[in-house]
Design a binder for this molecule. Sequence first.
Ligand code: ACO
Length: 312
Amino acid sequence: EEMHLEQRFEARIDDGGFIEAKDWMPEHYRKTLTRQISQHAHSEIVGMLPEGNWVTRAPTLKRKAILLAKIQDEGGHGLYLYAAAETLGTSRDQLLGALHSGKAKYSSIFNYPTLTWADVGVIGWLVDGAAIMNQVPLCRCSYAPYARAMVRICREESFHQRQGYDALLVMMQQGTPEQKAMVQDAVNRWWWPCLMMFGPPDAESVHSVQSMRWGIKRISNDDLRQKFVDATVQQAEVLGVTLPDPELKWNEQRGHWDFGTIDWDEFWRVVGGDGPCNRERLGMRVKAWNDGAWVREAALAHARKQATKQEA
Ligand code: ACO
């Protein structure tokens, strides 16, 4: 019976078909998806923190309203993704427990500080731009609940990217020399960490071969990174900023932009918990969770009361 189920699963994967929550799946497939989707969910809610620092300091009412809406979207993305992860059989409490105890990973990028208002624009342009590049192929992920969540997330993510680019364009075209310098400085600090978002080089990516085979990942870490560089060079030109890489050069033969060497030691340090803001971010998350205890208790008490009323 097990053999038969596995063959059906493999055949569906080979056909490029989708797997639903109630379908049989190998334990390793379930574990891989739980890992990736929960890391993704954690990234969404930790990603709210660096921007949250700027809500009270946004330069205009319009920018503040946009920023609030974007941060709220990210909370929503976290909810879709936790719900998708739960369909694989791990509870949200367990997933959050792993985040709060420091056991679970979330994207390295959110461990860097947001020093100026330009950082908020650059997060939209480059961080969300990199996120979309990685997330569009996930709309065709073989696990259907994840793929469906990604469709909605990608639509909102492209709005996030555009608002960031727009905020920077205003600073570059109408700003003072100081404001323009601020944008360039933010680009200098965020460029390399953004390239790291796509994960280690393919040769060192432990999960890639299996995840590609299962149709969880459709495009490799290095190929997505290259696509991102190729798409961003021209946007930087229009904006009038320089990408901080002297080795960035058009390669006629490859039909791609060549770029310099990424500092992988820095990447693993940040992933391992020792980046500039890891402790602060995790501390804020745990505090938010503890501060929200009364809301969860009140909601549970309300649900219990409703249930008793219905019984009576
Ligand atoms: N930050 C933190 N950890 C990372 C990163 C990163 N940028 N890139 C890779 N890693 C981790 C992996 O999670 C894995 O760790 P684990 O074995 O403990 O789970 C390890 O490094 C090895 O990497 P890979 O073998 O390449 O892992 P994987 O096949 O999962 O690929 C990737 C990594 C590309 C990030 C993939 O998981 C993915 O596409 N995730 C969904 C997208 C996502 O999480 N985006 C979040 C940032 S964008 C945003 O939220 C706005």
